[in-house]
Design a protein around this ligand. Structure first.
Ligand code: FMN
Length: 340
């Protein structure tokens, strides 16, 4: 009999207290984003954006900086990618030292710059090397090792079941399936039936992923596929309240109200402040500018759908300092509050 939806699961020895999982997203899932997500959306487990093992090997400070962990965000999986077993093991050890509760191996990234190096989803085409990488990382660290895969390289082969068996035998403690093939990129719909089919061969926790946007989607995926957790990515970008609603539904709680405009603005500014603090640790002089630029796509999304915000959103994409963002956002809120 399947377990009730409000119960969590464990990954190796790591307790995950609920079934909502925040996805790894490059240039999105940084420490600031994760802290906001945790505070509002309460995911049981979160992932960092992927970190290049090769870049860490060559001493790239920026890559190591991505692995900084805050105690409030644990349990946290640091995701790494690469195609060299030894270098992946070496980076996994560093990630463990940085505070990772789990090391996740990326075998889902389909973008050419990653696949060209034999990393990410390219490993789906080379099961022997993929298995070697898992073995090598498992051997190197004490924390649990997990793998995030796509269904396969192209539609002709649903490779995930064979890979999953190999990875489990090699010591992987959890699998995440983004239910699309690598060749699809983000096209078409995720095929949740593939998650169900993988459920039959996977004995470790299985996380389902792909196109979960609403509480209904999450409940449907959990019920229909038997997966242990639902991973949410795009729906959570600049919208931690999507996570909050999904979390409430999974836990059997009432649906929380939509955020007010003030909440959206204050959360956007807090997100920016947290990222500035984080970036300033790496680069005190340029940290603020770096953070402001990094969030040019995301801050405007916090007020997406708010009436009359289109012009402001456009202007926010050009902001270069905290004060500039704050003045524009607070000015907008004040203009709405003024009687016309
Ligand atoms: C901007 C962006 C960056 C991503 N970066 C990563 C990544 O670093 N590692 C990874 O495993 N998947 C990455 N993904 C894929 C997501 O983790 C997830 O599998 C995918 O978005 C499907 O889930 P969703 O429909 O909930 O968005 C990324 C997706 C997006 C949109």
């Amino acid at each position: 009999m399947s377990k009730p939806l409000h119960t969590g699961f464990t990954v190796g020895g790591v307790a995950v207290d609920n079934r909502l999982v925040l996805a790894p997203m490059e240039d999105v899932s940084n420490l600031a984003f994760r802290l906001i997500a945790k505070e509002i959306g309460r995911p049981g487990l979160m992932f960092t954006e992927f970190v290049s093992a090769m870049a860490v090997h060559y001493g790239a400070a920026k890559s190591k900086h991505k692995m900084r962990v805050h105690p409030d965000e644990q349990p946290l999986a640091i995701q790494i990618f690469g195609g060299e077993p030894e270098i992946m093991a070496e980076t996994a050890v560093i990630a463990e030292e940085m505070g990772a509760d789990i090391i996740d191996i990326n075998m889902g990234c389909w973008v050419p710059k990653v696949c060209r190096t034999g990393s990410g989803a390219a490993l789906l085409k080379d099961p022997d090397l993929a298995e070697l990488i898992v073995k090598s990382v498992v051997r190197a660290v004490k924390v649990p090792v997990t793998v995030k895969v796509r269904a396969g390289w192209d539609y002709s082969l649903f490779a995930a079941p064979d890979l999953a068996r190999r990875f489990q035998d090699a010591g992987a403690q959890m699998l995440t399936l983004h239910a699309r093939f690598a060749k699809q990129g983000f096209e078409g719909e995720a095929d949740w039936d593939l998650i169900k089919r993988l459920r039959d061969v996977v004995t470790v926790p299985l996380i389902g992923n792909g196109d979960v946007k609403t509480p209904d989607d999450a409940l449907k995926m959990l019920r229909e596929t038997g997966c242990d957790g639902v991973m949410v990515g795009r729906a959570a970008i600049s919208n931690p309240w999507a996570l909050q609603k999904i979390h409430a539904a999974i836990m059997g709680h009432a649906t929380p109200p939509d955020p007010t405009l003030d909440e959206r603005i204050e959360t956007a500014l807090r997100h920016l402040r947290l990222l500035i603090e984080h970036e300033q640790l790496a680069d005190p002089a340029q940290g603020e500018l770096r953070a402001c630029r990094a969030l040019r796509g995301q801050i405007p999304l916090y007020i997406k759908g708010v009436q009359g915000a289109a012009v402001l959103r456009e202007s926010l994409t050009k902001s270069s300092s905290y004060d500039e963002y704050e003045n524009k956002l607070r000015g907008f809120a004040a203009s709405l509050a003024r009687p016309v």
